[in-house]
Write a protein that binds this ligand. Structure first.
Ligand code: IPD
Length: 300
C-alpha cells in the first residue's frame, strides 16, 4: 500500500488539537470517574468522550483503516497488518484526575503491525511530539494557541543529548511505572527491580542517578526520544500507550527492546518494553546491563 504518511500525520495533529481543547475544558473535579481493573485503574467521562470524537474523525477520514482505542477495546482483539489507528484518548488518566499536568493524547498509526506515524500532545504544556516513519521526529512547543498567535515554533526534537554516549546505568536517569497492576507476577518483578535500582553497589556508588515516573507511557517515550530520560522500563501497558511514542522514539534515534530480557524486537502488543534514548554508542550495552538487573524475573 502506498500511504501518504505525512497527510495522515497532519490529520492526527489536527485531531490532537481538537481533543486537547476538550481535555482543557473538562474539570476533573466534576467528571464522573469509574474504575476498570481495580481502584487504581481509572477511567473518566472525558476519556470516553475524547475517544468517541477521535474515532469519528478518523473513521470518516480513513474508512478502510482499522481502529483500536483504549476505551472501546474488547479482549481478544488482534492488531493485524491492516493500517490501524491505535489511540489512547488520555494517557495519564490518573494525572488528569489529580490535575498533575503530565497527560496527553496518544495517536498512533501502525502499518504491518509496526508504528508508522505518532502524534503525542500534552495540552497542559502545549507540547506536541510528532513523527512519521523515515521523516524524523519533531517537537512543537506552543503548538496550539502559541501557533495561532504566531508564536509557536516547530523544531527537530532536541537531540542535544544524542552526541553523548550512554556510559552505563550508574549515570542514568531511569523512568519506571507502577501501572495499575498491584499484585501478581509483574508486581513481584517490578518491586525486586525497583529495589535493586535504588540500591548501593558493592563499590559504594549508586545503581542509577535517579528514578522518575511521568505517569504516561507516551510521555515517558517522548522524554526518552528527547534525551531527557536515558531509559524507560515498563510491563503491563498496552499498544495504545506505546504505538505513537515508539514511532517518535525510533525516528529520533532511540531503540525499543523488550522489557523481559532476551528480545531485541518486541511486538507492538507484547506489553513489556525497555526504551533507550538516542546515543552514538552504548545503547545495546545499557539494555544488556538493565537485563542483568532483572536477572531471572520475567513479566507476563
Ligand atoms: C497508563 C499510563 C501509565 C502506565 C500504565 C498505563 P492510562 O495509561 O500510561 O503511565 O504506567 O501502564 O496504563 O490508563 O493513563 O491511559
Amino acid at each position: 500500500t502506498n500511504l501518504n504518511l505525512q497527510e495522515i500525520q497532519d490529520t492526527l495533529i489536527s485531531v490532537a488539537h481538537e481533543a486537547g481543547r476538550m481535555m482543557l475544558a473538562a474539570n476533573p473535579a466534576d467528571i464522573d470517574t469509574g474504575t476498570k481493573l481495580n481502584s487504581a485503574d481509572i477511567v473518566t467521562e472525558t476519556d470516553k468522550a475524547v475517544e468517541a470524537l477521535v474515532s469519528s474523525r478518523l473513521t470518516a477520514a480513513y474508512p478502510t483503516f482499522a481502529f483500536v482505542g483504549e476505551e472501546t477495546y474488547k479482549p481478544g482483539l488482534q492488531i493485524t497488518a491492516t493500517p490501524t489507528f491505535i489511540v489512547d484518548p488520555i494517557d495519564g488518566t490518573t494525572n488528569f484526575v489529580h490535575g498533575f499536568p503530565s497527560a496527553c493524547i496518544s495517536l498512533g498509526l501502525a502499518v504491518d503491525r509496526t508504528p508508522a506515524v505518532g502524534v503525542v500532545y500534552n495540552p497542559w504544556q502545549d507540547t506536541l511530539y510528532s513523527a512519521t516513519r523515515g521523516h524524523g521526529a519533531f517537537v512543537t512547543v506552543g503548538a496550539n494557541w502559541g501557533l495561532e498567535a504566531g508564536k509557536g515554533r516547530k523544531t527537530k526534537l532536541p537531540l542535544a543529548k544524542s552526541p553523548v554516549p550512554l556510559t552505563g546505568l550508574d549515570r542514568s536517569l531511569v523512568s519506571i511505572e507502577w501501572g495499575s497492576q498491584r499484585d501478581g507476577v509483574n508486581y513481584e518483578v517490578k518491586t525486586e527491580v525497583f529495589k535493586k535500582l535504588c540500591a548501593t553497589k558493592e563499590n559504594g556508588g549508586a545503581m542509577v542517578h535517579s528514578l522518575r515516573s511521568m505517569g504516561s507511557a507516551a510521555l515517558n517515550l517522548c522524554a526518552v526520544a528527547a534525551g531527557q530520560l536515558d531509559l524507560y522500563w515498563e510491563g503491563g501497558c498496552w499498544a495504545w500507550d506505546v504505538c505513537a511514542g515508539w514511532c517518535i522514539l525510533s525516528e529520533a534515534g532511540g531503540i525499543m527492546a523488550s522489557g523481559n530480557p532476551g528480545s531485541w524486537e518486541p511486538e507492538l502488543d507484547s506489553r513489556k518494553y525497555l526504551a533507550v534514548r538516542p546515543a552514538p554508542s552504548g545503547q545495546k550495552e545499557i539494555v544488556e546491563e538493565f537485563w542483568r538487573v532483572i536477572g531471572d524475573g520475567r513479566m507476563e
